[in-house]
Design a protein. Structure first.
Length: 210
């Protein structure tokens, strides 16, 4: 099973990822993890790096082609081999890429979700969209020592806060796959999310509380 963690910068993705990896290790679940991109194509990498810096492509179609090509490589050379060994946790994946493309080019997010969803081998069986409030996300980012990225900026976060729920609706419509939309604001939220995700990885039918 492939599980993708999505959401604003500062929403709690890395915290949830680390918690899940630690809990899975304790329970003997061979959970692996990966990032958003493969970085296996030099041409695609150049485009993705510019997008992550907030620089739109001269041709938006070329940008989405680069993102799709990178995702295809990610599926073939990273995700598929990892999934052969056990479940995999992706810290951001297709929804984040679609939202980045929509943000930078100021275009509807639906068209990017639909294109990325065509990469069937990279589709997560479960997507967890963290809906932590933007103000709290910004407060968390302010405490980080690393330099802020384009998507960390308050104006970008405001756009992304609108784009992610739209992307989730389109994703489920296109793929029929689940998207849990849950906050990661308190320790209780984190505990519940971790428990529900691990239950899902174990094949439990326990329903999440949205």
């Amino acid at each position: 099973m492939l599980v993708a963690l999505e959401g604003l910068p500062g929403a709690g993705k890395s915290t949830l990822r680390d918690r899940l990896l630690a809990d899975a290790r304790t329970r003997g679940i061979p959970l692996d993890h990966t990032g958003q991109f493969s970085w296996l194509s030099l041409a695609a990498t150049r485009t993705l790096v510019r997008l992550r810096a907030g620089q739109p492509a001269d041709d938006p179609e070329k940008a989405v082609e680069a993102a799709c090509w990178d995702l295809s490589l990610h599926a073939r050379f990273n995700l598929t081999p990892a999934l052969a060994r056990g479940p995999v946790l992706a810290d951001r994946l297709s929804l984040s890429t679609a939202c980045l493309l929509a943000l930078v080019h100021r275009r509807p997010v639906a068209e990017y979700v639909e294109r990325l969803a065509e990469q069937h081998r990279a589709r997560p069986q479960l997507t967890v969209l963290l809906t932590t409030e933007p103000d709290l996300c910004q407060a968390r980012l302010a405490g980080r020592e690393t330099a802020p990225r384009f998507t960390d900026r308050p104006e970008a976060a405001e756009w992304l806060a609108d784009l992610y729920p739209q992307a989730a609706i389109v994703w489920t419509r296109c793929t029929g796959l689940e998207v849990w939309q849950r906050p990661c604001t308190t320790k209780a939220d984190l505990d519940q999310l971790a428990a529900d995700c691990l239950a899902h990885l174990n094949g439990s039918t326990r329903p999440p509380a949205n």
